[in-house]
Design a protein around this ligand. Structure first.
Ligand SMILES: NC(=O)c1ccc[n+]([C@@H]2O[C@H](COP(=O)([O-])OP(=O)(O)OC[C@H]3O[C@@H](n4cnc5c(N)ncnc54)[C@H](O)[C@@H]3O)[C@@H](O)[C@H]2O)c1
Length: 281
């Protein structure tokens, strides 16, 4: 896809991978519509991008709410006439498979899975109608293999990868000029380990439990050892331009995880988990 003068919508655009990708796409001449649940970081991000010359607007909203994602779409249509890229990127971390309250599972699945579904439902009809567009869904290495301590997060990211694969096949069958990518990074230096900042108020007690604090501390060390978000942004742009399905910024770990799962299915030993390997490209 040629990007100059086209419009990209980025959810979770106020921080981390979303903001870095917005900056990357703006440098290639795309208009931006950023969505985020955090208003102050969103406005600060917009100010920064505009000062670098970007044509950018923002909408505060929660991707788990269909109406908020439709409002994001409507803002794109009102400002730029249409949209060509939806980057379903907003996401949050969650708790382990054992002991995570159902309400925390619901929050993680709501943001990470419903957010992607809402983005697809809002934008893919437009892309099909205009016979041009690209969807990028943010999965994770945690969507390619189970990881201890990340039950809710893995469940949500496996769902994102599954939805993306199905969408790929459906778009192929449609014969339309619309593509989809599944972004599955390992650790990236962002604020993902501070996801609880956006937890609904009634769940805040959960973040104060010692087990949650320990898991957050562990995750922050791995995240801080990760790659720079600008590297992910370049990979996302390359995938949009060249219509690549898999965006594997940590390719070695992604392939190794997948091979180990296949060997396990064929009767071999369960995969060994080495999170340090997921910090390196
Ligand atoms: N950082 C990593 O190591 C890593 C690895 C694999 C996948 N990911 C995925 O990358 C994506 C981006 O995360 P990041 O690492 O940049 O973290 P981040 O916390 O820096 O950015 C996430 C953004 O999403 C926003 N957000 C959270 N809940 C929202 C909601 N309900 N509605 C709208 N916006 C919301 C946050 O305010 C924030 O601006 C997530 O889907 C995450 O799961 C991150």
């Amino acid at each position: 896809m040629e990007l100059q003068g086209k419009t990209a919508v980025v959810t979770g655009g106020a921080s981390g991978i979303g903001l870095a990708t917005a900056r990357q796409l703006a440098s290639s001449g795309m208009n931006l519509v950023l969505g985020d649940i955090e208003s102050e970081p969103l406005f600060a991000a917009l100010e920064g991008l505009r000062s670098e010359g970007a044509n950018a607007i923002g909408v505060v909203g929660d991707v788990s709410k269909e109406a908020d994602v439709l409002a994001l779409r409507d803002a794109a249509l009102a400002e730029f006439g249409t949209a060509h890229v939806i980057f379903n990127n907003a996401g949050v971390g969650g708790g382990p498979a054992i002991g995570t309250p159902k309400k925390v599972w619901d929050w993680v699945m709501g943001v990470n899975v419903d957010g992607v579904i809402n983005g697809i439902n809002a934008f893919v009809p437009i892309f099909l109608e205009q016979n041009e567009g690209h969807v990028v869904n943010t999965g994770s290495l945690a969507g390619l293999g189970g990881v201890p301590g990340m039950g809710a997060y893995c469940a949500s990211k496996f769902a994102v990868v599954g939805i993306s694969e199905c969408l790929f096949h459906e778009l192929q069958l449609s014969g339309k000029n619309v593509g989809v990518s599944a972004l599955c990074p390992g650790f990236v230096r962002t604020r993902i380990h501070e996801s609880h900042r956006n937890m609904p108020d009634e769940l805040v007690n959960y973040t104060e439990k010692p087990a949650t604090k320990a898991a957050t501390g562990f995750a922050s060390a791995a995240v801080n050892a990760g790659i720079d978000a600008s590297e992910v942004a370049i990979a996302v742009e390359t995938a949009i331009r060249n219509r690549l399905f898999w965006i594997l910024t940590h390719e070695h770990a992604a392939i190794r995880t997948t091979e180990q799962r296949a060997a396990w299915m064929a009767g071999g030993p369960p995969p060994g988990i080495n999170l340090e390997k997921a910090t390196k490209p």
